[in-house]
Design a protein around this ligand. Sequence first.
Ligand code: CTP
Length: 414
Amino acid sequence: MQPLAEKKIVLGVTGGIAAYKVVQLARNLTLQGALVDVVMTAEATKFVTPLTFQALTHRPVYTDMWQMSNDADISHVTLGDRADLVVIAPATANTIAKLAAGFSDDMLTTTVLATTAPVLLAPAMNVNMWANPATQANLATLRQRSMLVVEPESGRMAEPMVGVGRLAAIERIEAEISALLGRVGGPLSGWNIVVTAGGTHEPIDPVRFIGNHSSGAMGYALATVARDLGATVTLITGPASAPLPLAVQVVRVETAQEMHAAVHAAVPSADMLIMAAAVADYRPQTVAAEKIKKTASGGEQRSLELTHTIDILGSLRDTTSVIKVGFAAETRAIAEYAQDKLRRKGLDLIVANDARTALGASDNAVTVYAPDGTAWEIARQPKAQVAAQIFDILLQRWPTPRRWTQSDTTDSHE
Ligand code: CTP
């Protein structure tokens, strides 16, 4: 799977020490199938040689406006013109200032001026240069012109200083690139998708809770695929161990009650809700204010009074403005229980899986059911690929968001 296959990315490298980290970015983008044309400023070549980028991208590297490559067609105009995306990393304060003022005095600034492709900037500079009002004003101008800025991070810099200015992590820049390319041409561009993931923790006392084995991996994979297909994603996550996806809006919750509130806040502006979270069905009736002591009354046996949590999907049964996808994790009679939940909760689709092999695992096998009885089997494979196939089914059924059409192609319960 090459997520960036054939994408034409111009990677502008300017003169900062973080240029060495961008070598890895050029390599990763190339490995994902992108055609990466590196354009370096004269200052950048003092930190990393053009040959380094050329060896990794297998393409010529541009450093000079007047340099003629074998391909006589390639100029700043053609480079900018054919690009799907221009990324500048690291973007120095100087290049940011030149872009804001509309300068075109080298190959990179001229390429940016000549392109109509989206432009993403990953600034990196000294902490005071970053905080300087001149830099901030220039960035505000560029943001206003729809350039996307991947904010630098706080941390230890090359100089003996700590503060904001360090180039964003390469994986974050990559995630923003995938999201931006999706938003421009992806099939889910314009969709707002809410994904819930992880488990919930229902407190017993200040140090204990009732939880489950959910790692969050399936929901996180769905959020990542939706992002790369162009959707604006809100990920509502309970406690989970899998690494959080980047370039999505994350809302963290602990309990079923908090997840219920977060889902209800997000649903009015959503086109689709995917409930992949393993929500607790019961919570302790009362939460002890102090840690419950072993020596407290009750002797050898102790029981916990439980009460139902709110059924989040059930509470949205009559909401038809959003496409609702549920999950069913069962240990037996999977198909029957899943189809029963589909009907009871008024869902548009349900993804059924075996709880014994799905929870906490890196791969999964699922069956997707629709209210009209259609079923799709997705064979066991990594959760990222299962997520991609679930979206193939969703896009087949709903090529455009329900918000736009107010109808769908199914003969569902509604
Ligand atoms: N779900 C929910 N709110 C809850 C419990 C579950 O919205 N309080 C959602 C889950 O996120 C999932 C679907 O409902 O998408 C089915 O969850 P599951 O736990 O399998 O179903 P339950 O209704 O809890 O039924 P049971 O536990 O008896 O199998």
